[in-house]
Design a protein around this ligand. Structure first.
Ligand code: ME8
Length: 504
């Protein structure tokens, strides 16, 4: 039990519609980080879940003539089905309608009130119903909601507010002087837009709808979305509830990953809540861009979503995982296009990786009856490939530490491409024509098996269906997927078994 812990979270998604490829991105990215850390030997807790309260859910349920709980139950089942299909290895799934979460939120709300950080006032503002957001005049774009571009309405009601100003200085320091926010380039924008003009207090209760967590000491008020939602990261560990007892072990979180739409809440509101509760702050907030479609954010309220299950059925879960992990860098937006995706699947997965494996395995069978041993290489290209293999794990580890996942994949595929070129350069089919070259031929094939094995071990974090299949064809089992065995020569003998194409 001395393993170092690693706690990573996705946002909890709104089950106001089916999950789309945007939700998939954050979840798959977190999954690959969680898998990588587990391979490194960390004691990982990977949390995801759903944010189930609010007016929008209440309205959608009413439209369908069902209770809000029945409505979300159905959509949560679809989220879970998708995560299982995508091989998401979450350890815990939190629903904000779970009793233990409700208990924690009520206690946090009361605690903040008792400490004087929450007070009663009146909320007036421009409200966008589809986005469930109040906006200030200055945030509106052409008088419309800056998120979805729809009309906003004037709204006012009695509400509780969370005082943010006492934390402004500490938050400014957190953003500008620590490596909390990744990429840090966004810190200045946040400080200039929200902190410098003076942090506005946050509305944290509503009376105009009932589908929420009741404020225990003021019936008629329900806790308004962000205090409810953000608390999930600690209620899921058992903070102020008896369901779990993991808070001391796993808090603070190592990585919260979100897209830029909710950066502000995680960069300002969440640290403020934790400061107000005297709790340690999370170590990193990783913020990625949006997956766009025809230049707009892919979103349920806009209605331009791509259904990952439909894509997955056509191309397979690992192909989708690969595409989104390879395309999406922290920082930038990335437009979704079937064409780019199909090109990538063909070029990287089917041609480079798939062919390398099938050619290697076929040649081992054809020339050596399937079994090859470690025969030392004598040429410069052998050493070059060996060195690339030996250096790969350190490079990928550094990329994963920096959360530059596309870079990690590029490093792995650089070795795969080098190995393909190595086949062309060594021309095993020509070597096979002369018995005198038998040793050389075996050395060449062994080099290829080693490159494939080490790439397979590392790919296991990103392509968890494909990596075991690679091992199987190399005649190894799942125990070979071991990050401590990624040096060249760690496996001495191969007895390969030809299998189906990895990406037909
Ligand atoms: O905001 N591109 O839930 P949500 C990239 N419940 N990522 C995207 C995306 C896109 N087009 N669309 C969605 C909420 N995402 C709150 C969160 S957390 C305490 C509460 C991903 O269902 C991305 O991670 O709108 C984004 O931050 C999140 O889904 C928003 O999910």
């Amino acid at each position: 039990m001395d393993k170092e812990k690693f706690y990573i979270t996705t946002p909890i998604y709104y089950p106001s519609g089916n999950p789309h490829i945007g939700h998939c991105y954050t979840t798959v990215a977190c999954d690959s980080i969680a898998r990588f850390r587990r391979m490194q030997g960390y004691d990982v807790l990977f949390l995801t879940g759903t944010d189930e309260h609010g007016l929008k859910i209440e309205q959608k349920a009413a439209e369908k003539g069902v209770t809000p709980k029945a409505y979300v139950d159905e959509i949560v089942a679809i989220f879970k089905k998708l995560w299982s299909y995508m091989n998401i290895s979450y350890d815990r799934y939190i629903r904000t309608t779970d009793d233990y979460h409700i208990e924690t939120v009520q206690k946090i709300f009361k605690e903040l009130y008792d400490r004087g950080y929450i007070y009663k006032g009146e909320y007036k503002g421009k409200y966008c119903t589809p986005c469930e957001s109040f906006w200030t005049e200055s945030q509106l774009v052409d008088g419309k909601c800056p998120e979805c571009g729809r009309a906003v309405t004037e709204a006012a009601e009695e509400a509780y507010f969370f005082k943010l100003s006492p934390f402004a200085d500490r938050i400014e320091k957190l953003l500008l002087e620590t490596d909390y926010l990744q990429p840090k380039s966004r810190a200045v924008e946040l400080v200039n837009n929200f902190i410098k003009p003076g942090l506005e207090d946050l509305c944290v209760s509503r009376t105009s709808f009932t589908w929420g967590i009741p404020v225990t000491f003021d019936p008629g008020h329900v806790v308004y979305v962000w205090v409810d939602a953000l608390s999930n990261y600690i209620s899921a560990l058992g903070y102020l509830n008896d369901k779990y007892d993991d808070f001391d072990r796993y808090w603070p979180a190592d990585v919260h990953m979100v897209a830029k739409d909710i950066m502000r809440f995680h960069a300002i509101i969440w640290p403020a809540m934790l400061m107000a509760l005297d709790l340690p702050l999370p170590k990193h907030l990783a913020v990625h861009g949006w997956i766009t479609f025809n230049g707009q954010k892919m979103s349920k309220s806009i209605g331009n979503v791509v259904d990952p299950l439909v894509l997955g059925e056509r191309y397979g879960a690992d192909a989708i995982r690969y595409h989104i992990l390879r395309e999406m860098a922290l920082g930038a937006d990335s437009s979704f296009s079937n064409e780019i995706m199909i090109n990538r699947i063909n070029a990287d997965l089917a041609n480079d990786l798939g062919n390398l494996l099938s050619r290697t395995v076929a040649m081992c069978e054809k020339y050596f009856g399937g079994t090859v041993h470690n025969v030392a290489g004598t040429e410069a290209i052998d050493t070059e490939l060996e060195t690339m293999v030996n250096e790969l794990t350190a490079k990928v580890t550094a990329d994963m530490d920096d959360l530059t996942i596309p870079q990690a994949l590029m490093e792995i595929f650089a070795v795969i491409q080098r190995a393909n070129k190595y086949i062309d350069e060594t021309a095993p089919w020509a070597l096979a024509k002369d018995e005198a070259n038998k040793q050389r031929l075996e050395s060449v094939l062994y080099h290829l098996c080693e490159a494939l094995r080490v790439c397979g071990v590392l790919l296991n974090a990103y392509l968890p269906t494909t990596a075991p299949k690679m091992m199987e064809q190399l005649g190894l089992d799942a125990s070979a997927l071991d990050l401590t065995k990624t040096t060249y020569g760690a496996q001495q003998t191969y007895t390969v078994h030809k299998g189906e194409a990895l990406f037909p």
